[in-house]
Unconditional design. Structure first.
Length: 342
């Protein structure tokens, strides 16, 4: 009976967390987050936010409970975590992640109820595709932080003719961010999803980058270019294992000697089985599942990459960087490959 009660308690905690997250999402969609960025007397929240008083009070309770707001000297004031929701570098990503989580989980339950396939990237809703794409805004910051440690990359990307390959380009956010980071570079994005590709082309045009970024209806497994790119980006959770296995040798050939591949992989915390299980399930639904770090590094070495390194996690992901050797033929085994952790 005790185990049964524990399980029911766990369900209740999960349910409560779901509804608290929904309150945060509602505050975002109602525009409350921006309006609560300055201290305010609690009775004034409803009027400032244009929300009925009872609903405003309950959303405030949820925001206090999750640590976004604090009560201090009779005022509601933003907590440090709330300030992250509005910071110029993170707000767009965090808002997109919150919105995307709710749209995608709602769609998942609908597909399960209707007996439709659950796995694979099947989103057609432009709002959902855009939200997912916006989370890629962090990649520019990630690559900017990584590039000084990737031998030769900064010099390459500042030179005329520098080229970027963006696998699974979605709505073009990563290509845009990297072209802004490296003004001399051009980018090619591989994106077989028609709706995402169309949204991406519109977004690229709005950014004034149509002359530097091209999106192609192409899968990684069909890539046939040789020595054409200086850096490539691969979001593994969206690509199934067979696509990664077939694609890594093609990526090696597509990179110029000394060029770098940056793989984004799911980070699974060993000390938090619930978070690890949730991330595994999410990656499975996205279509790629989880390929763990050690296996990815082994696959990179087997495909001929060297200098594979695992960098610090970013949000729920970890970057794995590997380089095409500067000289010599494609490596056919793992012999002599340098594997380091950073």
């Amino acid at each position: 009976m005790h185990e049964s009660n524990d399980f029911i308690d766990n369900l209740q905690r999960l349910s409560s967390a779901t509804w608290a997250y929904a309150a945060l999402a509602a505050a975002l969609e109602l525009g409350m987050l921006e309006r609560l960025a300055e201290p305010i007397h609690e009775p004034d929240v409803a009027e400032r936010c244009g929300v009925e008083p009872e609903l405003a009070a309950d959303i405030v309770e949820a925001l206090v409970a999750i640590g976004a707001l604090q009560r201090r000297d009779g005022l509601l004031v933003p907590a440090p975590s709330f300030e992250m929701l509005l910071s110029p570098s993170l707000a767009r990503v965090l808002h997109a992640e919150i919105r995307g989580d709710h749209i995608q989980t709602r769609g998942l339950v609908h597909r399960a109820r209707e007996g439709e396939p659950l796995c694979g990237w099947r989103l057609e809703d432009p709002v959902a595709l855009t939200a997912q794409g916006e989370t890629g805004s962090l990649i520019g910051l990630l690559v900017e932080a990584l590039s000084p440690g990737l031998d030769g990359l900064q010099a390459r990307m500042g030179a005329p003719g520098a080229r970027i390959l963006d696998v699974g380009a979605g709505v073009g956010v990563v290509s845009i961010e990297l072209c802004r980071l490296w003004p001399a570079a051009e980018a090619v994005g591989l994106e077989p999803h028609r709706t995402a590709r169309e949204l991406g082309r519109s977004r690229i045009a709005a950014a004034g980058l149509s002359d530097r970024i091209a999106l192609r209806d192409e899968r990684l497994e069909m890539l046939g270019e040789r020595a054409a790119y200086d850096v490539a980006f691969l979001p593994q959770p969206f690509l199934p294992r067979d696509a990664v296995e077939q694609g890594l040798p093609r990526l090696l050939e597509a990179l110029r000697p000394g060029g770098w591949l940056i793989v984004l992989a799911s980070e699974l915390p060993a000390d938090d089985p619930l978070v690890a299980a949730a991330r595994r399930f999410r990656a499975r639904v996205w279509g790629g599942g989880v390929i763990e770090t050690a296996e990815l590094k082994s696959a990179l070495a087997g495909a001929g990459f060297d200098a594979a390194r695992t960098d610090h996690p970013v949000a729920s992901f970890r970057a794995i960087c590997a380089r095409r050797p500067l000289s010599g033929s494609t490596v056919e085994s793992q012999a002599g490959v340098e594997l380091e952790s950073a």
